[in-house]
Design a protein around this ligand. Structure first.
Ligand code: IMP
Ligand code: MG
Length: 333
């Protein structure tokens, strides 16, 4: 079975946490991460919070093999540090994975349009994608120090299908270079199809597309955010967050059903996950069963499910991988 986890808003919906849950609940053979180190995926294990920039959060299952997609980009130092810390002996890199170099970072950090208007994370990702398109980017296979990690990732996915594969998406639908709020977007297609292409999986091989929303919407950097609240109002509601990579305060808005409908249209999900239910409904904190959620929360979820016409199967109720209400079996998906 191949499952793809894709973010339905502007990133930071908690897809890393959902991927980590799937890693423990479904015990997949392999988990593949897409994207680049401009994204930070946060997961809390045994009270300790980790921000992963390269390695899949599925590391929480020590039996799951971890891989980085050929269409992804790494920074060598970050990759080596994370592979050692989180996935020693079970982390693989495709020979074709792109490598970001210092000059890419320097270029972005000195580019006013990117840094001021777009609000780039300045991690050199866009500059490296330019070099990739111009066919001068170095790939993982060009670095001796990466040789021990190299493996044919599309072939690994193919061999691991029976045991289960989770593809961990990156950023969010509306940061997609093609489908997002251009030019306030990232430098790749972040929708389900884009993620599959990055890994090397044909659309027919996929069993589940899990679209992840958060109970409220956040965005870092420039660009439109319908329904945006003032920072004071966000604070009052307890919705204040900071960017995992940049530490910038995230802009905040209430859940946007129209945006969610558009994300459904763009990603064709088979299931929907909604995280941080406990931030909207305090009594939901730590719940692992539908019946343990407050009535108000259940009504809110049912209303969204009716509007999106897609089963809502996973609800995040706290920061640890097991803080999830999993209704996949009940809903027959
Ligand atoms: P870049 O991809 O770092 O150049 O950033 C382009 C835009 O995407 C900026 O608005 C960033 O804040 C946003 N962005 C990039 N990566 C992430 C992410 O992982 N989460 C949230 N926003 C991101
Ligand atoms: Mg993030």
């Amino acid at each position: 079975m191949i499952q793809v986890v894709v973010d339905g808003f502007f990133g930071d919906t908690g897809k890393g946490k959902i991927a980590a849950y799937l890693a423990t609940a479904d015990d997949p053979t392999l988990c593949v991460r897409t994207g680049a180190p401009n994204a930070g995926h946060t997961i809390t294990v045994a009270g300790e919070t980790h921000v992963l920039r390269t390695i899949p959060t599925c590391f929480v299952n020590p039996k799951t093999k971890l891989a980085v997609a050929p269409g992804a980009l790494i920074r060598v130092d970050l990759f080596l540090a994370e592979a050692e810390k989180y996935g020693a002996g079970r982390t693989f890199l495709d020979p074709q994975t792109g490598v970001i170099e210092e000059r890419h970072v320097e270029f972005e950090k000195s580019d006013e349009f990117l840094m001021k208007t777009v609000g780039s994370t300045g991690q050199g990702v866009g500059a490296a994608m330019v070099d990739r398109a111009l066919r001068r980017l170095k790939l993982a296979r060009d670095f001796d120090i990466l040789k021990p990690y190299l493996a044919d990732v599309p072939a690994l996915v193919h061999q691991s299908r029976d045991g289960g594969v989770v593809v961990e998406g990156t950023q969010g639908t509306f940061l997609s270079l093609y489908h997002g709020t251009y030019p306030y977007v990232t430098s790749r297609d972040t929708t389900a199809s884009g993620l599959l292409s990055e890994v090397g999986i044909g659309p027919k091989a996929v069993d589940h597309v899990i679209l992840v929303f958060k109970a409220f919407v956040t965005r870092v950097g420039g660009g439109p955010l319908p329904g945006e609240l003032t920072p004071e109002e966000a604070e009052r509601r307890g919705w204040t967050e900071r960017g995992a990579v940049t530490g910038r305060p995230r802009r905040v808005a209430p859940f946007q059903i129209e945006l969610a409908k558009r994300a459904v249209l763009l990603n064709t999900p088979t299931q929907i996950a909604i995280t941080k239910i406990d931030v909207l409904f305090k009594e939901a904190a730590g719940a692992e069963k539908w019946s343990d959620l407050p009535l108000e929360a259940r009504k809110w979820v049912e209303e969204i499910e009716n509007q999106l016409k897609t089963p809502i199967t996973l609800l995040g109720t706290g920061p640890a991988p097991h803080h999830v209400v999993d209704m996949r079996r009940e809903k027959g998906v």
